[in-house]
Write a protein of this length. Structure first.
Length: 133
């Protein structure tokens, strides 16, 4: 299976970054016409999702994650980032998209979004292609 990786550096503890263009570049480098594309992050305090990259919606997503993360968590005794682990678990570490004609099949407004929950950090995104035979 062809695989590409790229790094994203984040600037804040919590931020959402549109990585659609980097994923598309990875897909182009793999030269796959049709199949599935898995976009994943191998981090416990980072996640990915697909939705619109509209500033109000991005702020709302961060607010939802802030609300989910509130609590008196036992993991905080170790390194005070239980909220980041829990939010990443709720959203998930990967998304899978269909590929047709060498392009990701995304809706008009859909974008691939990376969520940093415990930054600033350098994050690695892995893009794996599963081609149709």
């Amino acid at each position: 299976m062809p695989t590409e990786t790229f790094a994203i550096s984040t600037d804040c503890r919590r931020q959402i970054t549109d990585i659609t263009d980097q994923v598309a570049e990875s897909l182009a480098a793999m030269d796959m016409a049709d199949g599935l594309l898995c976009i994943s992050v191998a981090h416990c305090t980072c996640c990915v999702y697909v939705n619109e990259n509209e500033s109000g919606l991005v702020e709302d997503m961060l607010a939802v994650l802030d609300n989910i993360g509130r609590g008196n968590w036992r993991h905080d005794r170790i390194d005070d980032n239980a909220d980041a682990h829990l939010c990443a678990s709720v959203v998930g570490n990967s998304v899978t998209l269909p590929v047709r004609g060498g392009r990701m099949e995304l809706g008009t407004w859909q974008r691939v979004m990376l969520v940093e929950l415990d930054g600033p950090r350098s994050r690695r995104v892995t893009v794996t292609a599963i081609a149709d035979s």
